[in-house]
Write a protein that binds this ligand. Structure first.
Ligand code: GLU
Length: 306
Protein backbone atom coordinates (compact mmCIF):
# COMPACT_ATOMS: atom_id res chain seq x y z
CA UNK A 1 0.00 0.00 0.00
CA UNK A 2 1.33 3.45 -0.83
CA UNK A 3 0.74 6.04 1.82
CA UNK A 4 -0.25 9.52 0.67
CA UNK A 5 2.65 11.97 0.45
CA UNK A 6 2.92 13.73 3.81
CA UNK A 7 3.13 17.26 2.39
CA UNK A 8 5.55 19.91 3.56
CA UNK A 9 5.94 22.95 5.73
CA UNK A 10 8.52 25.65 5.14
CA UNK A 11 10.40 28.70 6.35
CA UNK A 12 10.98 31.39 3.75
CA UNK A 13 13.30 34.13 4.98
CA UNK A 14 14.30 37.17 2.95
CA UNK A 15 18.12 37.40 3.04
CA UNK A 16 18.09 41.09 3.86
CA UNK A 17 20.06 40.68 7.08
CA UNK A 18 20.59 38.37 10.03
CA UNK A 19 17.60 36.60 11.61
CA UNK A 20 16.67 38.00 15.02
CA UNK A 21 15.17 36.05 17.89
CA UNK A 22 11.65 36.75 16.63
CA UNK A 23 12.46 35.31 13.19
CA UNK A 24 14.20 32.35 14.82
CA UNK A 25 11.13 31.73 16.95
CA UNK A 26 8.90 31.71 13.85
CA UNK A 27 11.32 29.26 12.22
CA UNK A 28 11.24 27.00 15.28
CA UNK A 29 7.42 27.03 15.24
CA UNK A 30 7.30 26.31 11.49
CA UNK A 31 9.68 23.38 12.07
CA UNK A 32 7.56 22.07 14.97
CA UNK A 33 4.30 22.34 13.03
CA UNK A 34 5.85 20.49 10.08
CA UNK A 35 7.81 17.80 11.86
CA UNK A 36 5.10 17.06 14.45
CA UNK A 37 2.72 16.27 11.59
CA UNK A 38 5.16 14.08 9.65
CA UNK A 39 5.76 16.72 7.00
CA UNK A 40 8.96 17.60 5.21
CA UNK A 41 10.45 20.95 6.25
CA UNK A 42 11.76 23.11 3.42
CA UNK A 43 13.76 26.33 3.26
CA UNK A 44 13.19 28.91 0.58
CA UNK A 45 15.38 31.96 0.21
CA UNK A 46 13.18 34.87 -0.88
CA UNK A 47 15.91 36.80 -2.62
CA UNK A 48 13.94 38.75 -5.20
CA UNK A 49 15.01 42.00 -3.59
CA UNK A 50 17.00 43.42 -0.68
CA UNK A 51 19.82 40.88 -0.51
CA UNK A 52 22.56 41.56 2.04
CA UNK A 53 25.95 40.01 1.33
CA UNK A 54 26.45 36.79 3.30
CA UNK A 55 22.99 36.95 4.93
CA UNK A 56 21.73 33.71 3.39
CA UNK A 57 24.70 31.72 4.68
CA UNK A 58 24.37 33.23 8.16
CA UNK A 59 20.62 32.60 8.25
CA UNK A 60 21.09 28.94 7.37
CA UNK A 61 23.90 28.46 9.85
CA UNK A 62 21.87 30.15 12.61
CA UNK A 63 18.93 27.81 11.98
CA UNK A 64 21.28 24.83 12.12
CA UNK A 65 22.87 26.17 15.33
CA UNK A 66 19.46 26.05 16.98
CA UNK A 67 19.13 22.39 16.00
CA UNK A 68 16.66 22.85 13.13
CA UNK A 69 17.13 20.63 10.09
CA UNK A 70 15.55 20.84 6.66
CA UNK A 71 15.01 18.73 3.60
CA UNK A 72 17.13 19.70 0.61
CA UNK A 73 17.30 21.42 -1.76
CA UNK A 74 17.23 24.99 -0.50
CA UNK A 75 15.34 26.89 -3.17
CA UNK A 76 16.17 30.45 -4.22
CA UNK A 77 13.50 32.61 -5.80
CA UNK A 78 16.02 34.42 -8.01
CA UNK A 79 16.45 31.16 -9.96
CA UNK A 80 12.74 30.70 -10.64
CA UNK A 81 11.74 33.58 -12.90
CA UNK A 82 10.49 31.23 -15.64
CA UNK A 83 7.90 29.72 -13.33
CA UNK A 84 6.63 33.11 -12.22
CA UNK A 85 6.41 34.36 -15.81
CA UNK A 86 4.50 31.21 -16.78
CA UNK A 87 2.00 31.84 -13.99
CA UNK A 88 1.46 35.47 -15.08
CA UNK A 89 1.00 34.26 -18.66
CA UNK A 90 -1.53 31.65 -17.55
CA UNK A 91 -3.53 34.22 -15.57
CA UNK A 92 -3.38 36.65 -18.45
CA UNK A 93 -4.57 33.97 -20.91
CA UNK A 94 -7.58 33.38 -18.64
CA UNK A 95 -8.37 37.11 -18.44
CA UNK A 96 -7.12 37.40 -14.86
CA UNK A 97 -4.15 39.71 -15.40
CA UNK A 98 -3.64 43.11 -17.01
CA UNK A 99 -0.78 45.54 -17.53
CA UNK A 100 -0.70 48.54 -15.19
CA UNK A 101 1.27 51.68 -15.98
CA UNK A 102 0.48 53.61 -12.80
CA UNK A 103 3.29 55.15 -10.80
CA UNK A 104 3.30 54.77 -7.02
CA UNK A 105 2.33 58.38 -6.72
CA UNK A 106 -0.68 58.03 -9.02
CA UNK A 107 -1.86 55.06 -6.98
CA UNK A 108 -1.38 56.87 -3.69
CA UNK A 109 -3.31 59.88 -4.91
CA UNK A 110 -6.17 57.84 -6.36
CA UNK A 111 -6.23 55.53 -3.36
CA UNK A 112 -6.59 58.37 -0.90
CA UNK A 113 -10.02 59.08 -2.35
CA UNK A 114 -12.27 58.17 0.59
CA UNK A 115 -14.29 55.47 -1.15
CA UNK A 116 -11.34 53.11 -1.58
CA UNK A 117 -9.63 53.53 1.78
CA UNK A 118 -10.72 51.12 4.48
CA UNK A 119 -11.13 52.62 7.94
CA UNK A 120 -7.72 51.84 9.34
CA UNK A 121 -6.26 49.91 6.43
CA UNK A 122 -2.46 49.66 6.60
CA UNK A 123 -0.75 50.98 3.48
CA UNK A 124 -0.12 47.51 2.07
CA UNK A 125 -3.83 46.75 2.28
CA UNK A 126 -4.98 49.69 0.21
CA UNK A 127 -7.00 48.49 -2.72
CA UNK A 128 -5.71 49.40 -6.16
CA UNK A 129 -8.22 51.92 -7.52
CA UNK A 130 -8.45 50.12 -10.87
CA UNK A 131 -7.08 52.91 -13.07
CA UNK A 132 -5.56 50.55 -15.68
CA UNK A 133 -8.21 47.83 -15.47
CA UNK A 134 -10.05 48.92 -18.56
CA UNK A 135 -7.29 50.21 -20.83
CA UNK A 136 -7.95 49.39 -24.49
CA UNK A 137 -5.29 47.64 -26.61
CA UNK A 138 -4.67 51.05 -28.22
CA UNK A 139 -4.14 52.71 -24.81
CA UNK A 140 -1.67 50.00 -23.93
CA UNK A 141 0.16 50.29 -27.24
CA UNK A 142 0.45 54.09 -26.78
CA UNK A 143 1.99 53.73 -23.35
CA UNK A 144 4.41 51.05 -24.46
CA UNK A 145 5.37 53.16 -27.49
CA UNK A 146 6.08 56.04 -25.09
CA UNK A 147 8.62 53.80 -23.38
CA UNK A 148 6.58 52.96 -20.27
CA UNK A 149 7.04 49.49 -18.88
CA UNK A 150 3.99 48.01 -17.21
CA UNK A 151 3.65 46.05 -14.04
CA UNK A 152 1.11 43.22 -14.28
CA UNK A 153 -1.82 43.05 -11.90
CA UNK A 154 -4.36 40.47 -10.98
CA UNK A 155 -7.86 41.17 -12.30
CA UNK A 156 -9.64 40.06 -9.13
CA UNK A 157 -13.20 38.91 -9.64
CA UNK A 158 -14.00 38.87 -5.92
CA UNK A 159 -13.57 41.33 -3.08
CA UNK A 160 -12.85 38.82 -0.34
CA UNK A 161 -11.63 35.26 0.10
CA UNK A 162 -11.64 32.99 3.15
CA UNK A 163 -8.76 30.87 4.40
CA UNK A 164 -8.45 28.28 7.17
CA UNK A 165 -5.90 29.14 9.83
CA UNK A 166 -5.01 26.73 12.62
CA UNK A 167 -4.66 29.59 15.11
CA UNK A 168 -7.13 32.17 13.78
CA UNK A 169 -9.90 29.87 12.54
CA UNK A 170 -11.70 30.86 9.39
CA UNK A 171 -10.30 34.22 8.27
CA UNK A 172 -11.88 36.35 5.56
CA UNK A 173 -9.83 39.15 4.07
CA UNK A 174 -9.61 41.49 1.16
CA UNK A 175 -8.60 40.41 -2.27
CA UNK A 176 -7.71 43.11 -4.76
CA UNK A 177 -5.78 43.71 -7.94
CA UNK A 178 -2.39 42.87 -6.44
CA UNK A 179 0.79 43.28 -8.46
CA UNK A 180 1.91 39.97 -9.95
CA UNK A 181 5.01 41.20 -11.75
CA UNK A 182 6.66 44.52 -11.05
CA UNK A 183 7.55 46.90 -13.82
CA UNK A 184 11.22 45.95 -13.47
CA UNK A 185 10.21 42.42 -14.56
CA UNK A 186 10.65 40.82 -11.13
CA UNK A 187 7.88 38.65 -9.76
CA UNK A 188 5.98 40.23 -6.91
CA UNK A 189 6.04 38.58 -3.49
CA UNK A 190 2.38 37.48 -3.51
CA UNK A 191 2.75 35.64 -6.81
CA UNK A 192 6.13 34.08 -6.09
CA UNK A 193 5.08 32.71 -2.72
CA UNK A 194 1.99 31.02 -4.17
CA UNK A 195 3.80 29.55 -7.16
CA UNK A 196 6.67 28.30 -5.01
CA UNK A 197 4.59 26.80 -2.22
CA UNK A 198 2.67 24.73 -4.77
CA UNK A 199 5.75 23.73 -6.78
CA UNK A 200 7.50 22.61 -3.58
CA UNK A 201 4.50 20.59 -2.35
CA UNK A 202 3.98 22.91 0.63
CA UNK A 203 0.53 22.37 2.14
CA UNK A 204 1.17 24.03 5.52
CA UNK A 205 2.26 27.67 5.73
CA UNK A 206 3.48 28.81 9.16
CA UNK A 207 4.71 32.41 9.37
CA UNK A 208 4.33 35.65 11.31
CA UNK A 209 0.84 37.04 11.79
CA UNK A 210 1.82 40.25 10.01
CA UNK A 211 1.09 38.20 6.87
CA UNK A 212 -2.38 37.03 7.92
CA UNK A 213 -4.07 39.71 5.83
CA UNK A 214 -2.04 38.59 2.78
CA UNK A 215 -3.26 34.99 3.04
CA UNK A 216 -6.71 35.51 1.43
CA UNK A 217 -5.26 37.16 -1.67
CA UNK A 218 -2.57 34.49 -1.94
CA UNK A 219 -5.11 31.70 -1.54
CA UNK A 220 -7.35 33.32 -4.15
CA UNK A 221 -4.40 33.56 -6.54
CA UNK A 222 -3.66 29.87 -5.93
CA UNK A 223 -7.29 29.05 -6.64
CA UNK A 224 -7.17 30.92 -9.97
CA UNK A 225 -3.99 29.06 -10.87
CA UNK A 226 -5.67 25.73 -10.10
CA UNK A 227 -3.34 24.99 -7.17
CA UNK A 228 -4.31 22.98 -4.10
CA UNK A 229 -5.25 25.02 -1.01
CA UNK A 230 -2.82 25.23 1.93
CA UNK A 231 -3.46 25.28 5.67
CA UNK A 232 -2.13 28.36 7.43
CA UNK A 233 -0.87 29.02 10.95
CA UNK A 234 -0.03 32.69 11.46
CA UNK A 235 1.95 32.87 14.67
CA UNK A 236 2.24 35.93 16.94
CA UNK A 237 5.24 38.14 16.28
CA UNK A 238 8.00 39.26 18.59
CA UNK A 239 7.58 42.92 19.56
CA UNK A 240 9.86 45.39 21.33
CA UNK A 241 8.92 47.21 24.53
CA UNK A 242 7.12 49.90 22.48
CA UNK A 243 4.83 47.34 20.90
CA UNK A 244 6.56 47.58 17.53
CA UNK A 245 7.82 44.66 15.51
CA UNK A 246 11.23 43.58 16.89
CA UNK A 247 14.10 44.84 14.76
CA UNK A 248 17.87 44.66 14.82
CA UNK A 249 18.11 48.23 16.08
CA UNK A 250 16.36 47.13 19.29
CA UNK A 251 19.63 45.78 20.68
CA UNK A 252 21.47 42.45 20.78
CA UNK A 253 18.82 40.29 19.11
CA UNK A 254 20.73 38.10 16.63
CA UNK A 255 22.76 35.00 17.44
CA UNK A 256 25.92 36.86 16.44
CA UNK A 257 25.12 39.81 18.74
CA UNK A 258 24.25 37.47 21.58
CA UNK A 259 27.36 35.34 21.06
CA UNK A 260 29.41 38.52 21.45
CA UNK A 261 27.73 38.90 24.85
CA UNK A 262 28.64 35.35 25.84
CA UNK A 263 25.31 33.68 25.08
CA UNK A 264 25.52 30.50 23.05
CA UNK A 265 22.88 29.18 20.66
CA UNK A 266 21.63 26.68 23.22
CA UNK A 267 20.94 29.43 25.74
CA UNK A 268 19.16 31.55 23.16
CA UNK A 269 17.09 28.55 22.10
CA UNK A 270 16.06 28.04 25.73
CA UNK A 271 14.74 31.63 25.90
CA UNK A 272 12.89 31.31 22.60
CA UNK A 273 11.45 27.93 23.61
CA UNK A 274 10.31 29.28 27.00
CA UNK A 275 8.40 32.01 25.15
CA UNK A 276 6.22 29.29 23.63
CA UNK A 277 6.08 27.19 26.80
CA UNK A 278 8.62 24.55 25.69
CA UNK A 279 12.05 23.29 26.78
CA UNK A 280 14.92 21.16 25.50
CA UNK A 281 16.13 20.61 21.95
CA UNK A 282 13.75 21.04 19.00
CA UNK A 283 13.59 17.24 18.84
CA UNK A 284 12.57 17.11 22.54
CA UNK A 285 9.88 19.73 21.92
CA UNK A 286 8.15 17.60 19.29
CA UNK A 287 6.55 15.33 21.88
CA UNK A 288 4.76 18.00 23.82
CA UNK A 289 4.04 20.31 20.90
CA UNK A 290 0.41 21.42 20.90
CA UNK A 291 -0.56 24.36 18.67
CA UNK A 292 -3.61 25.00 20.86
CA UNK A 293 -1.32 25.69 23.83
CA UNK A 294 0.70 28.43 22.07
CA UNK A 295 0.40 31.91 23.58
CA UNK A 296 -2.20 33.89 21.66
CA UNK A 297 -0.49 37.26 22.11
CA UNK A 298 2.82 38.64 20.86
CA UNK A 299 6.16 37.91 22.50
CA UNK A 300 7.42 41.13 24.10
CA UNK A 301 11.21 41.01 23.97
CA UNK A 302 13.47 42.92 26.32
CA UNK A 303 16.92 42.49 24.72
CA UNK A 304 18.54 43.15 28.10
CA UNK A 305 17.04 39.89 29.34
CA UNK A 306 18.11 37.69 26.41
N1 GLU B 1 9.91 36.23 2.94
C1 GLU B 1 8.87 36.66 3.82
C2 GLU B 1 9.50 37.33 5.02
O1 GLU B 1 10.67 37.11 5.31
C3 GLU B 1 8.01 35.52 4.33
C4 GLU B 1 7.05 35.05 3.31
C5 GLU B 1 6.15 33.92 3.74
O2 GLU B 1 6.43 33.24 4.73
O3 GLU B 1 5.16 33.73 3.05
O4 GLU B 1 8.81 38.10 5.68
Amino acid sequence: MTLPAPGAGRFAPSPSGDLHVGNLRTALLAWLFARSTGRAFLLRVEDLDRVAAGAEERQLSDLAALGLDWDPPVVRQSARTDRYDAAVDALSADGFAYPCFCTRREIREAASAPQVVGDAAPAADLAYPGTCRSLTPADIADRVAAGRRPAWRLRAARETWTVADLLHGSFTGRVDDVVLRRNDGLAAYNLAVVVDDAAQGVDQVVRGDDLLTSAPRQAYLGHLLGLPPVTYAHVPLALNGDGRRLAKRDGAVTLADLAARGRNAEQVLAVIAASVGLTGTPQDMLDGFDPAALPAGPWIVDPALL
